[in-house]
Write a protein of this length. Structure first.
Length: 153
């Protein structure tokens, strides 16, 4: 179990999305469903953060995140998109891996530690490639859960 954030199998999906807004809406639905949250509240938080600047950090990866009331610890979700989508990423490349992170509103350092852990894993070429090539959500979950567990061990 990753001590930095929670990731449950229901929060990992293969998905289709037509643009950045659709990705954020789907991510909000997945996070809300998996962790018993209000999808509208989650989407508001993700959109508010995204207005500050794109969370597409490059190499086909976006890491939308927000701090919200009502959480006791950070929670994550993973979408592997069937087709890359423009996310206004730093390197201009479309994204096909989207990892969402929600943290408690007052989780300053905890939120940053969780972001850093996810970023390290997603920048690992072997893990990144395995996530892109995964054919089902169970494999995606196992890859990300195992990689993040090893990262903090």
């Amino acid at each position: 179990m990753n001590p930095t954030f929670s990731l449950v199998p229901d929060a990992v999906r293969l998905a289709d999305a037509s643009g950045k807004d659709a990705i954020l809406a789907l991510l909000a639905e997945v996070l809300a469903s998996a962790y018993g949250l209000d999808a509208g509240h989650v989407l508001d938080g993700l959109e508010e953060r995204e207005r500050l600047g794109s969370t597409g950090f490059g190499e086909g990866v976006a890491l939308p995140h927000a701090r919200l009331d009502g959480l006791t610890r950070p929670v994550a979700a993973l979408l592997r998109l069937s087709e890359p989508v423009d996310f206004a990423a730093a390197d201009g490349m479309p994204v096909n891996l989207v990892v969402g992170l929600l943290s408690p509103a007052n989780a300053g350092a905890t939120h940053l530690h969780a972001l850093a852990a996810l970023s390290r894993v997603l920048r690992d070429d072997a893990i990144h490639q395995a996530l892109v090539e995964a054919t089902d959500s169970d494999t995606l979950y196992a890859l990300l859960a195992n990689a993040t567990d090893r990262d903090v061990a």
